[in-house]
Design a binder for this molecule. Sequence first.
Ligand code: 3PG
Ligand code: MG
Length: 347
Amino acid sequence: MLPRSVDTADVEGKVVLVRSDLNVPLDDGRVADDTRIQASLPTLRLLLERGAREIRVCSHLGRPKTDEDRATYSMAPVREAVKAAVGDDRVEVLENTRFNPGETKNDTGFARELADGCDLYVNDAFGSAHRAHSSTVGVAELLPAYAGLLLLDELRNLGRLLGEVERPFVIVSGGAKVDDKIGVLQNLGEQADAVLIGGKMAEDVRTGNPFTFEAILPVDVVAASAFAADAETQVTPFDALPDGWLGLDVGPETCQEFARRIAGARTVFWNGPMGVFEWPAFAAGTFAVAEAIANCDGFTVVGGGDSVRAVHEAGVADRISWISTGGGASLELLEGKELPGVKAIPS
Ligand code: 3PG
Ligand code: MG
């Protein structure tokens, strides 16, 4: 069951505390990618249209620990971007919630500080919904709580992968953080018609399949003489890497095979790149998957920071059905776990 929507709240003349996920990448003190800011605007605009008196937006930014981090992770550049985008003085952006050490402990004192003077609370921070913190859970116990539009869209779209899916259902997975993904793959992989695996994960599965289903592994790889952008390369069979060489991307035959399976799918979920796509010599596999998913007519979902970056870099983001703003949160949801930030909102 979905949490109750902000759409049903009476906000006229009210002071609203909104938790957004404005944890955006920064580059030299500037917002390097504003995807999460853009995604948080519909809820803010709805509250403005419905006559909220004041909107206090809060979020964490990075993982500040030291005093120096307080300068690096100041909310100032994000605040400027949000204010410019909404263009309404009723919206205020509070300082980084993680500057208060109580935040990550779900401290009630800090939750009271946030809730002070507010009439209601809207949680729109899907990307942080897997965290039980003062700003995501504590305040929901102090104020009438509602779900924001982005949070609901994420739950609806990702939720479609958990129910009866249109088949064939194809999962593509890869990347280096294998441990993070085992749980999701175990839960969803059983339901899928094919699980295509590339990247470092493919090596791990070859040497000891941790799953109860048969995964489809690469047939060839782009091998590199060293872990370097300008290493010497050659295409070799997946199971015949020369001694001392590293597989840093899936090979051309694998790209074709993966693209063929994705083309025939009615539902696709992708998380994790096929190789070290930050380096052009090892980017072809990841971009081939991005392109194939964009060309697929079915319902297609991409989650996780690296794969999301890859669909943007490949220029195909507008041809994907749903791009999740959550990394860890999307994985935990698809693993079948209840997200504390969602659970804290009445349905
Ligand atoms: C994210 O970027 O994954 C979310 O904003 C959560 O951040 P965290 O992993 O530091 O809690
Ligand atoms: Mg994370």
